[in-house]
Design a protein around this ligand. Structure first.
Ligand code: B1M
Length: 209
């Protein structure tokens, strides 16, 4: 089994203590950080399928998520930007009622690497809190809202509407597994991205338009 395959297997199995060391070993063997990250993202896909089929339950999903986060911590310094140019501040959070943060954290990491200063509000963020953060922080150009559940898509809509009503000049980008470009347009978001890499590209595009 290659090191990357081992990382994938141990993330699936939720082995938080082993994953960071294996990620480091995969890097030392010459694997690209992006490939290791993709392997861990794939693991979470497998975990989701096992959850859907009733093979595993919420606690197993949670420990797999923790294992992935530990692996991402090792990769983070390699994927961060050099901080030389700031495109402004980006407020990011997972919307109200939603506790999923791995995707949001990856998106935050990539937008930061594109040149933004990030303010991460965490998970389960009420719409008003996004607005307050825009007011409390300097040079905010962008609000990024993540939503992973079909049941929290209305919260995404509320977040966009609330930010747009209070701060029309601020661009809002949305994303997350159930979100489509059509839905993003329907709820009045300025941008949509399907993954962390394209979120960074879209963020830059919106802030420099
Ligand atoms: Co949950 N969960 N979960 N879960 N969970 C999903 C999302 C699910 C698809 C699993 C399944 O049934 N197959 C399903 C949602 C079904 C649906 O609504 N369509 C689900 C469910 C049902 C639930 C609960 C309701 C389960 C229960 O309690 N019965 C519950 C809800 C809790 C809540 O939020 N209120 C729940 C709980 C949890 C845990 C807490 C145990 C844990 C999260 C831990 C954590 O995040 N710290 C968890 C996990 C781990 C998952 C899966 C397995 C993995 C999610 C993940 O991290 N993926 C997930 C199944 C799956 O995704 N296949 C599942 C990896 C991550 C890199 O991808 O988050 O999609 P993702 O992010 C991507 C893109 O979506 C995009 O870029 C990211 C990186 O490329 N993206 C953006 C994300 N945000 C973006 C923002 C942008 C742009 C792009 O712009 C701003």
């Amino acid at each position: 089994m290659s090191k990357i395959e081992e990382v994938k297997a141990k993330v699936e199995a939720g082995k938080s203590k082993l994953v960071p060391g294996l990620v480091q070993e995969a890097l030392d063997e010459g694997s690209a950080a992006g490939d290791i990250l993709q392997a861990m993202v794939d693991s979470m896909g497998v975990v989701g399928e096992k959850f859907s089929s009733g093979e595993i339950f919420v606690p197993e999903m949670l420990i797999a998520a923790k294992a992935m986060s530990k692996g991402v911590d090792v990769l983070k310094p390699l994927m961060a930007g050099d901080g030389s140019a700031s495109l402004g501040t980006c407020i990011i959070g997972t919307v109200a009622g939603d506790l999923h943060d791995i995707g949001k954290n990856l998106v935050s990491m990539m937008i930061e690497s594109a040149g933004f200063d990030m303010v991460d509000l965490g998970v389960d963020v009420p719409a008003d809190t996004f607005v307050q953060a825009v007011k409390d922080n300097a040079n905010v150009k962008l609000v990024a809202c993540s939503g992973l559940l079909t049941t929290t898509m209305p919260a995404l809509k509320e977040a966009v509407a609330t930010v747009k009503a209070a701060c029309p000049e601020i661009k809002v980008i949305v994303g997350g597994a159930p979100v489509t470009p059509e839905y993003a347009t329907e709820i009045g978001a300025d941008g949509y991205a399907p993954d962390a890499g394209s979120a960074a590209v879209k963020a830059k595009e919106l802030a420099t338009a």
